[in-house]
Ligand binder design. Sequence first.
Ligand code: GRG
Length: 327
Amino acid sequence: MKMEFSHELEETVRSINEIIRKELPKVEGFQSTVMESITYSLEAGGKRIRPVLILKSYELYKDRYGSEWDAFMRPVLNSFICAMEMIHTASLCHDDLPCMDGDKYRRGRESTWYKYGEAMGTLCGDALLIYPTELTTRIFREQLTKLFSAGLQASAETFNAYTLSFVKALNILSEKSGVYGMLGGQVVDVEMTGKPLSDEQLMFIYKLKTGALLQASLMIGAVLGGATDAELEKMADVGEKIGVAFQIQDDILDETSTVEVLGKPIHSDDENHKTTYVSIYGLEDAHKEVERLSENAVLELQNLTEVNDDCRRFLIELTNMLINRKK
Ligand code: GRG
């Protein structure tokens, strides 16, 4: 019997939280404060949208290559699930700093810098940015070591396929986080604060600042699941649309929601003199654009071929949920 979407999402998030908890660096040593702040930031109850996208886009493709592929890739996938949530959380830590938005509350509790001080808030973000490389490369190395020490004679072809998928995934994660991704979008956002934006500049910010990590999540799952380059392109398209829709919905919520529901300050765009889709086009057109982008993303998901139908259905429901989300 098929699980109801909301129940399946809850179960998926629960399993993702377990995966993340296992990989948190232990709170120990002279530098334990930074580990404590990492745990605090990561366990603050985010929605885990990006990890869910990684997991489900992996499951769209992974059946093609059988259980051997899955046995090798699953721990690698889990490391990317943690890595993505860490980088996302790093961006929230830095975004909340007094030199950026100066927000004191996030995810319903004190933001990291407000609880641990500005220096530790900065270092926590830095740590969450570099730990993903440490984690993903360690897990991949361990998987390769296991493969060889078990005496399994992986063919050169299999070895190359694993390695290529891993390198592509790490490359996507880095590129979409950095100057050609989230960070690049934030740079323009910071520089243009208080100034009018052209449509092109606004879309640049939305695609990069918010869209890049959501897009990267779908791409990383697909690449670890063994999708072809052409299929990867399609996931990139879907991800971009979901990403921009997600940010416009974020703008709508900043205007229409409450601190209690969002767990962070409202009207912050206005107070920070940010030009947003809502401030340019108004709420009604913003709603319409979120719907238009999501419908297009759903259409593209429906057109994917040779993918797992249950995962496709889940991703379509998730896309519909994101446009109607209240937080
Ligand atoms: C750390 C590489 C790096 C760069 C820092 C500060 C910064 C550059 C970027 C900020 C990017 C940013 C905060 C974009 C907003 C994206 C957004 C809408 C976040 C909210 O995501 P949700 O709703 O949050 O998924 P939860 O709390 O549910 O995880």
